[in-house]
Design a protein around this ligand. Sequence first.
Ligand code: HEM
Length: 419
Amino acid sequence: MGNYNKIPREKGMDHSLTLFREGYIYILNRRRTFHSDLFETRLLGEKAICMGGIEAAQLFYDAEKFKRKGAAPNRVIQTLFGKGGVQGLDGKSHQERKEMFMSIMSRSELNRLTIIAEREWERAIERWRRMKKVILYEEVKEILCRTACEWAGVTVQEDEIKNLTKNLGAMFESAGSVGPNHWRGRRARNVVEAWMAKHVENVRQGMMTPPEHTAFHKFALHSDHGDNLLDIKTAAVEIINILRPIVAIAIYINFIAIALYHYPDETKKIQTGNEKYVEMFIHEVRRFYPFFPYAVARVKRDFIWAGFRFQKGTLTLLDLYGTNHDPKIWDNPEVFHPERFHDWEGGPFGFIPQGGGDYFLGHRCAGEWVTIELMKVGLDFLVNRFDYNIPDQDLSYSMVNIPSIPRSQVVIRNVRRRD
Ligand code: HEM
């Protein structure tokens, strides 16, 4: 045994319940108490290391030191991720699969996505003009579901859209739940996977021919290691890994509406048409509001880091929310201030709402550019393309429920097209 620094340890048998109760700020609270960017605790009956900050993120995304196999809890795989998906792969298998995802993220594909989304927003506003009350969260989920399917090359019948939107939503809305909500998410995943698997089969049998540049075409006919095609279920899981998170962007668009309401000066600044400012505003929404609390991995082999000993197999949580609110990285992190991104140099480990590191080599979110583009479209519509009233309602959001969805889901009334 060598001489190691002692990792501060939270006393007690198990802290899963505390993690559940404190939600997004569980790790940040303890980093503060221990005056340490990492600490040890016990979660779900096993030892776990929690850590946050730039150096911790850099370490976490070192694929020589951490792996993903066996890290995510089963209940998250059964609802959010799906079995056999890219999130749980390591090494060469991960890189090959990730390349498949990144192959659809070209500038021209992102432009095509924006055009589809704008058209769907236009159609929705036509509908909203005739509605007494619009629940923005529900409506935007449907806009995004239609957009995602068309972009991905998946044909959906008009009478299937509402159910598909509901089921894709249930998969991420249930990600942090136990009990009935968890089962709702599982049922939704089973239904959508079975439906998508049929579609994949149809493509393979030549009964459907989605355009070659789309996710549906590419993923349905993808073979890992250049050998056999992916098994049908895995191909379905990966296509859903495009559709589901696009629908989840409705949460960020809800937060955009809330930011515009709470910080009215922002609307004027965005209306000047300064593209750089629009991007800064969107970054600040992704930094400031809660979405993914942490990412999980396991220590791949024993190693020492900053004098601390990491043992093979240890469950490790990287504090995404807390890193985005770390006072060592951000001045006044609890203040909503898009200008902070003006001179931001864009390092890959300090601003990590969608994970950090490299898109191709690591597990950083494959859809970060898609998210930014679709948030830009949503922001443009909310600020420049139509008028609406926000009646009295509860615009607060939980720091405990994961994912945190604004309580009223943002109700708007009296939608008018702007000339
Ligand atoms: C709604 C906003 C989104 C948020 C907050 C978000 C966040 C994240 C986070 C935190 C990770 C995990 C990073 C890690 O494990 O280290 C991730 C992974 C991933 N995301 Fe997103 N994401 C979003 C949207 C999207 C979109 C729109 C897509 C696809 C179009 C997408 C596809 C993926 C995929 C495929 C992975 C797995 C990457 C890998 O394991 O290599 N996400 N995302």
